[in-house]
Design a binder for this molecule. Structure first.
Ligand code: GLY
Length: 359
C-alpha cells in the first residue's frame, strides 16, 4: 500500500492506494475517525451490488453503525432534490456532528455525498472511497464538492476536504472499457500539465491491460501531482486552474452533446487536443506537442476532435460579448509537462481559435 498526505493546515489527510483496501475500509476509517459511531454511506445502483456489502461489512466490523443510500447512477442524481433527500435520510439515521458520511462510487456520488457532508449539521467528517478511475485520480482529492443546477454543472458547492481517501485499484476491474478510458483522459492530463516523462510512460502503454499492470504507479503519480497543486492553491485562485487544461473547450463539447453524447473524459480528451493546437498556433506550445497528444488520445480510443457549433465554443471559453473584460486566461502548455495560465486579448485568441478549430 502507498500513502500520500495532503498537508493542509489543520485539515491534513491521507490518500491510501492499495489492492484490498475495500475490505480493509473499516480499520482505515476507524483510524481516521476514532470517535465516530455512525457512518452514512452514499453509493449508486451500479456500485452497490458490487461493493456495498463488503464495505459496510468491514465498517461494521470496525464498530461503526451504518446506513446506506443507493442512488440512481448518472449525472442527474447530482441535484438539489437528491441532496434534500440525503439530508432527511441522514437525520432519520440519527447522524450527529461526531459521525461521518462516506462516498462509495464515482465522481457523481463523491460530489453529492461530499456536499451533503459539508452541509448537514453544518459539516461532518467525510470519507472518499472512489471506485472509478476518474474519481480516483481527480474528483476524490482536493475537496471540491457540488451539485448541478439548471444553469449548469457544479454551480452550488463547497470546498470540504475529506478525512481520508481510500482507493482500491481492484475496483477498476469492473469498469466498462469506455468508463476506464474516460478516466485515462484525466490521467494523460497530469502528464501534459506537470510531468512529460509520465506522459511518455502512458503513451507507451495504450491498452487497458498494460495500464492496469502499472496502475499503482499511475494512481500514485496522478494523486501526487493533484495533492501538490491543491496544497499550493486549495481555493482555486491560481495554480489549481492548470488542472483545467483541456476542460474549457471540453465543457463546450459536453454542452453541445447535451451532456449525454460525450462523457466528461471524452470531451476533455478532445479539449486537450484543441488546447494544444491553440497553444501551438499562438506560439506558446512547441509545434510537436499537439501531434503527441493527439496520438496518445487516439491510441486509447478517445476522440481527438468533436464537432461543435462555433457559438457554443466561443461562449464556453468566455470569448463571447456577454463575458466581462477584454482579456481572458487560458491554460496552455509551454512544453510537454508544463502548463501555465496565460492572459491574452480576447480578439487575438478568437482569431487564432477560429483558424485552429474551423481549420
Ligand atoms: N477537478 C479540478 C479540481 O479539483 O480543481
Amino acid at each position: 500500500m502507498k500513502t500520500l498526505t495532503v498537508d493542509l493546515p489543520g485539515r491534513e489527510y491521507d490518500i491510501l492506494i492499495g489492492r484490498g483496501l475495500l475490505d480493509a475500509a473499516g480499520e482505515r476509517v476507524r483510524a481516521a475517525c476514532p470517535k465516530a459511531g455512525r457512518l452514512f454511506v452514499v453509493t449508486d445502483d451500479n456500485v452497490a451490488p458490487l461493493y456495498l456489502e463488503r464495505v459496510e461489512g468491514s465498517l461494521r466490523a470496525a464498530g461503526f453503525e451504518t446506513a446506506a443510500a443507493v442512488l440512481p447512477a448518472g449525472e442527474e442524481t447530482k441535484c438539489g432534490p437528491m441532496l434534500l433527500t440525503l439530508w432527511e435520510r441522514m437525520m432519520d439515521f440519527g447522524l450527529t456532528r461526531a459521525d461521518g458520511v462516506a462516498a462509495l462510487g464515482g465522481g457523481v456520488v463523491g460530489d453529492l455525498a461530499g456536499f451533503a457532508a459539508a452541509t448537514i449539521l453544518r459539516g461532518v467528517d467525510f470519507i472518499q472511497i472512489p471506485t472509478t478511475l476518474l474519481a480516483q485520480v481527480d474528483s476524490s482529492v482536493g475537496g471540491k464538492v457540488a451539485i448541478d443546477l439548471d444553469h449548469g454543472k457544479n454551480l452550488a458547492g463547497a470546498f470540504w476536504q475529506p478525512r481520508l481517501v481510500l482507493m482500491d485499484p481492484d475496483a477498476l476491474d469492473t469498469l466498462p472499457l469506455p468508463v476506464f478510458m474516460a478516466g485515462m483522459a484525466e490521467v494523460l492530463k497530469y502528464g501534459c500539465i506537470r510531468d512529460g516523462e509520465f506522459f511518455d510512460f502512458l503513451a507507451a502503454r495504450p491498452s487497458r491491460e498494460a495500464l492496469m499492470g502499472e496502475i499503482g504507479h499511475i494512481l500514485y503519480t496522478c494523486c501526487d501531482i493533484k495533492r501538490r497543486v491543491v496544497m499550493e492553491d486549495e481555493r482555486d485562485t491560481g495554480l489549481r486552474m492548470i488542472l483545467n487544461f483541456g476542460h474549457t473547450v471540453g465543457h463546450a463539447f459536453e454542452k453541445a452533446g447535451n451532456y449525454t453524447k460525450w462523457s466528461h473524459g471524452e470531451a476533455v480528451a478532445a479539449g486537450m487536443c484543441a488546447a494544444a493546437r491553440l497553444g501551438a498556433a499562438l506560439g506558446i506550445t512547441p509545434a510537436d506537442v499537439p501531434g503527441k497528444i493527439k496520438a496518445a488520445v487516439a491510441a486509447l480510443g478517445l476522440p481527438t476532435y468533436i464537432s461543435c457549433d462555433w457559438e457554443t465554443i466561443v461562449e464556453a471559453i468566455g470569448l463571447d460579448k456577454k463575458s466581462a473584460g477584454s482579456r481572458i486566461s487560458l491554460i496552455l502548455l509551454e512544453k510537454m509537462g508544463h502548463a501555465v495560465p496565460v492572459k491574452m486579448e480576447k480578439e487575438a485568441v478568437l482569431r487564432t481559435l477560429e483558424t485552429v478549430y474551423k481549420g
